[in-house]
Design a protein around this ligand. Structure first.
Ligand SMILES: [Fe+2]
Length: 526
């Protein structure tokens, strides 16, 4: 590079610094004529900007130092985009600039995301046998969890219980095949394991157990202890696999994670102004000191499905849309998401409105429809459901997050008394607790549409998450069940007539925020 060009480049970088803008190296290298590019334009459009810095911090650096930092930050971003930042891995050289950035101290500028599980199997033809294999796989996984329950110490196979002649106390594990009320008002339930099936009677004279049993759902896998008599078990106890108690995990640095859901971009009801208010805040351009502090220290934003409104989701949907083409809907998302500061990790999963198969597990977004939306450099795209670990470091194992859009929730709200009569659509937390107890995201066959995988049932909740996060109900709820925080994102779509008709009470424009150091939760309203 000649001296004149070098000088032009230096002046150009100086101007950028004065405007608080740092450019990526690739972009700098691509400029032939620096005098033809206006740094103010770059600052406005966010084009090629990889980070915004406090101008005072940047002013102290030479252009060469700026370039060095740029390369380093680009490398760190690549690690994040590839979803490989495992605990114990080399954190890289300490970045002194990161210590000044937005007041965040420490060298974990971008945080870490590890995708523990994201479904990506290719489409293939399924046979009846796949369904059999699928339920067997589910049974094996949940049976293993139930065998850890103390109350089920001596589990016997159902076929063995059927051969017993003497009355004795037995324990069995089975999948619920049928539930009925008898003429006498007792509950009769048939459960099956790979060896056979047996009838369970829950007597109404045991009111606590009886009301507990009233919330059993078909196809769930549970344990029963009781008295065996003539090929029937009179239940004394019914046990769900449930999640164990454990200590609530906290990290050492003040870092925030946000949970958004159901943007429905493309819908006439998409609340763009509200979302722009959110974008202004996350860019630290609005809010009081405390709110700006949260924005500055946010490293993770989850987007929990229904990113776009989609096409053909219901009849005449196009009449409710201002963007009718799904590619254009995702392009609009690209524009909006690109306004989020690039040092924040975005974790994005699809929902039932997004442009891919509705059957779960839904793979991450299809490139055919998503275009540039799939090229956001600070985004990690995962399946629905998926399991990720965030914020791990050399000394901290990170937080496990179970991500599920929540398509099955409608079924449990409509069919389970304890949920329907305690708030229904307003209580996503009750549905989440219900599913955690059963260690499955959709225990009843008809509660969601699914692809049977005979190797593994992806909807089984194998690992106990620190956070179980969902969307779909368009209403925020935040709750705690044992050491697991339950979060339902809000929505950015205004209330529709259909929602009012079916009893939803959406609350758009709310953002649940968690302080990962204290595990305190709050809900911001936009
Ligand atoms: Fe939605």
């Amino acid at each position: 590079m000649g001296n004149t060009k070098l000088l032009e480049k230096k002046n150009f970088i100086d101007q950028c610094i004065r405007n608080g803008v740092l450019l990526n190296k690739e972009f700098l290298d691509s400029i032939d004529d620096f005098s033809a590019v206006n740094p103010l334009d770059l600052a406005r459009k966010d084009m090629a900007v990889i980070a915004r810095y406090n101008t005072k911090d940047l002013a102290e650096l030479s252009p060469q130092e700026i370039e060095r930092k740029t390369v380093y930050i680009e490398k760190k971003r690549q690690i994040s985009a590839l979803e490989i930042a495992s605990p114990g891995s080399d954190p890289g050289p300490k970045d002194p600039l990161a210590e000044h950035m937005h007041g965040v101290r420490g060298n974990a500028l971008l945080g870490t995301i590890k995708v523990v599980h994201s479904y990506s199997e290719k489409a293939k033809k399924r046979e009846v046998q796949d369904f059999v294999g699928y339920f067997n796989a589910r049974y094996r996984s949940i049976e293993k969890l139930l065998r850890n329950r103390q109350e089920l110490g001596a589990v016997t196979s159902i076929s063995r219980v059927l051969t017993k002649k003497d009355k004795e106390t037995v324990s069995v594990i089975g999948m619920v095949k049928e539930i009925n009320l008898t003429k006498n008002g007792n509950m009769s339930m048939t459960i099956e394991d790979p060896s056979g099936e047996i009838n369970i009677i829950v007597n109404k004279t045991k009111p606590r157990l009886f009301s507990f049993a009233c919330n059993i759902t078909p196809d769930e896998i549970l344990g029963v202890t009781g008295a065996n008599s003539n090929k029937v078990i009179f239940a004394n106890n019914i046990i769900h696999p449930d999640i164990p108690n454990k200590e609530m995990k906290k990290c050492n640095d003040e870092t925030y994670a946000l949970f958004l859901s159901d943007l429905h971009v493309g819908s006439n009801h998409f609340l763009e102004e509200k979302f722009e208010r959110f974008l202004k805040w996350i860019n630290q351009e609005s809010g009081n000191d405390e709110q700006r502090n949260i924005a500055a220290k946010t490293k993770y934003i989850f987007f929990l499905g229904d990113i776009v409104d989609g096409v053909g989701v219901y009849p005449n949907q196009e009449l409710d849309q201002n963007i009718k083409d799904v590619n254009a809907q995702y392009e609009k998302c690209f524009e909006l998401f690109s306004k989020i500061p690039s040092h924040i990790n975005l974790i994005i999963c699809p929902g039932n409105h997004d442009a891919l198969r509705i059957e779960e597990p839904q793979p991450p977004f299809y490139p055919d429809f998503s275009g540039r939306f799939l090229q956001i450099p600070n985004a990690t795209y995962v399946s629905n459901p998926s399991f990720v670990n965030i914020h791990s470091s050399e000394n901290f194992s990170g937080f496990d997050v179970l991500i599920y859009h929540g398509y099955s929730f409608d079924y449990y709200i409509a069919n389970i008394d304890q949920i329907r009569t305690s708030g229904g659509y307003d209580r996503a937390d009750l549905v989440m607790k219900y599913l955690l107890e059963r260690r499955h995201l959709a225990p009843t066959h008809t509660s969601t549409l699914y692809i049977p995988d005979s190797e593994k049932d992806i909807l089984v909740i194998e690992q106990v998450p620190d956070f179980f996060v969902t969307g779909h109900l368009h209403k925020t709820s935040v709750s705690q069940y044992k050491a697991t925080t339950l979060i339902s994102g809000s929505c950015w779509q205004d209330i529709t007539n259909y929602q009012i008709k079916v009893g939803h009470h959406p609350e758009p424009g709310r953002v649940p925020v968690v302080n990962l150091k204290t595990r305190e939760m709050r809900i911001l309203r936009f």
